[in-house]
Design a protein around this ligand. Structure first.
Ligand SMILES: Cc1cc2nc3c(=O)[nH]c(=O)nc-3n(C[C@H](O)[C@H](O)[C@H](O)COP(=O)(O)OP(=O)(O)OC[C@H]3O[C@@H](n4cnc5c(N)ncnc54)[C@H](O)[C@@H]3O)c2cc1C
Length: 408
């Protein structure tokens, strides 16, 4: 056993854990990231072939962390969104220029984002990386620190941490180790993701189609490819996954239609069973539950990472404002963070869940919410303003990074 004291220990170096480490380093904190998968991020579950739609708020946060120039070279701007509902006439189109923004959001392949985040982590002098390594237990707070046991190849380390962050995903075991419960609702749906090449150029259009089986979205990607997220019942998902490429492409073409011409060059398919999982608390003694470990959402509104990144920005701001000498696990600081973030989290969960279940609070205009659809919740400022007006006064204070200001 190797006893060493750390300031902040982050369990999980996925999209959210890696972003938090960089934000805390920017806020002047020293951080240890423990990631189950080998360093480099490419095999971490976050960093697979999915594409993520980054909201404008996420773009500003990543810019504030000095990451955007590198990310910008890899993203595809979403210039317009087309929303339709099967069995209903009409559709909605939302254009970036009408919203007064250069893009409604930006898509990036998760694997590429992982490569950028991890290259930065490796170069950051405030960040210590333990990977591959697994957090196997977290003991109760002992005075000024928590005890975190880390299993590496044939070596067990015991770290003292003033703050432990559980960023280990929806099935977080670290959350359990911290004594925080979770509630889960299985949607009985599976998301199939794949990349395809349409014959006609996508020209920055994203498409979302609500169908009785579940929503289908097609995101514009680099190289004129499109990223598909197709939500269906698990039995249909099994059938679609068992098909050869030609049969799957034909089934997709039939469901999507011919707006972009014929699709070809199908990439690898992957499936994600969908559930809403929420931690019963987002802080505990000397601990924060973050990202999918706190809120794992249906991808219909493209919000999981965007929400997690706003949490990252807020936590980094609270710790930066406390000053370099302040105890990062101080209960009052963590309470300030939890109170700040509760509203936004509730709002995003209610909105996403409402979209999936086909209902929304009656004072939300449903057609407008449907139009907001995947990507749009805070990707399109108009939709966000609309939701903010109709939601329960929970819009709240935006982190400095979202407002384009620095952490310090
Ligand atoms: C199909 C699909 C499409 C999506 N599209 C979007 C989108 O467009 N926009 C958006 O904002 N969000 C989207 N999301 C949501 C987004 O992918 C998640 O919110 C995000 O991946 C959560 O990141 P995370 O770092 O919290 O968790 P994870 O990605 O699960 O990462 C957790 C990390 O912790 C590590 N780990 C686990 N256990 C341990 C342990 N004991 N010790 C050490 N390390 C451990 C894992 O190896 C992993 O690297 C989508 C999700 C799906 C399924």
């Amino acid at each position: 056993m190797n006893h060493r004291a750390r300031e902040v220990v982050i369990a999980g170096g996925g999209m959210v854990g890696a972003s938090l480490a960089l934000a805390l380093a920017e806020a002047g904190r020293s951080v240890t990231v423990i990631e189950h998968q080998p360093a480099g991020g490419e095999r971490a579950p976050s960093f697979d072939d999915r594409s993520t739609a980054l909201s404008n708020a996420s773009q500003r946060i990543l810019a504030g962390l000095g990451l955007w120039d590198e990310i910008a070279a890899e993203v595809t701007p979403i210039k317009a969104i087309h929303v339709s509902e099967r069995g209903r006439l009409g559709m909605t189109r939302i254009h970036a220029e009408d919203e007064g923004v250069p893009a409604l959001g930006y898509t990036i392949i998760n694997r590429v984002l992982g490569r950028i985040l991890w290259a930065r982590l490796k170069a950051c002098e405030h960040v210590e990386l333990l990977a591959p390594a697994q957090v196997v237990s977290v003991a109760g707070a002992q005075g000024a620190s928590r005890v975190v046991c880390v299993q590496r190849a044939d070596d067990m380390q015991e770290l003292q941490a003033r703050l432990v962050v559980a960023a280990d995903g929806a099935r977080s075991t670290v959350r359990d180790m911290l004594g925080v419960g979770s509630r889960s609702h299985d949607y009985g749906q599976t998301a199939i993701i794949a990349n395809l090449l349409p014959r006609r150029a996508h020209q920055g259009w994203a498409w979302e189609r609500f169908t009785p089986e579940g929503p289908m979205a097609l995101l514009p990607m680099a190289g004129q490819r499109c990223g598909l997220v197709w939500t269906v019942a698990p039995t249909l998902a099994e059938r679609l996954l068992a098909m050869d490429d030609e049969a799957f492409t034909a089934a997709f073409q039939q469901a999507f239609g011919h707006r972009l011409g014929r699709f070809s060059r199908l990439g690898a398919r992957a499936a994600y069973p969908l559930a809403l999982t929420r931690a019963t608390a987002i802080t505990a003694e000397r601990a924060v539950i973050l990202g999918a470990a706190a809120n794992s959402l249906h991808p219909v509104a493209g919000q999981g990472f965007n929400l997690g990144l706003r949490d990252v920005a807020a936590l980094a701001e609270v710790l930066a404002d406390a000053g370099p000498g302040a105890d990062p696990g101080d209960a009052a600081l963590l309470a300030r963070y939890a109170q700040w973030r509760r509203g936004d989290q509730l709002k995003v969960v209610a909105f996403t869940d409402g979209l999936v279940r086909g209902f929304a609070p009656t004072r939300f205009p449903m057609p407008a919410l449907r139009s907001a659809g995947m990507l749009l919740f805070d990707v399109a400022p108009g939709a966000k303003a609309l939701l903010a007006r109709h939601s329960m006064g929970l819009a709240g204070r935006l982190p400095r990074l979202v407002r384009g200001l620095g952490l310090r």
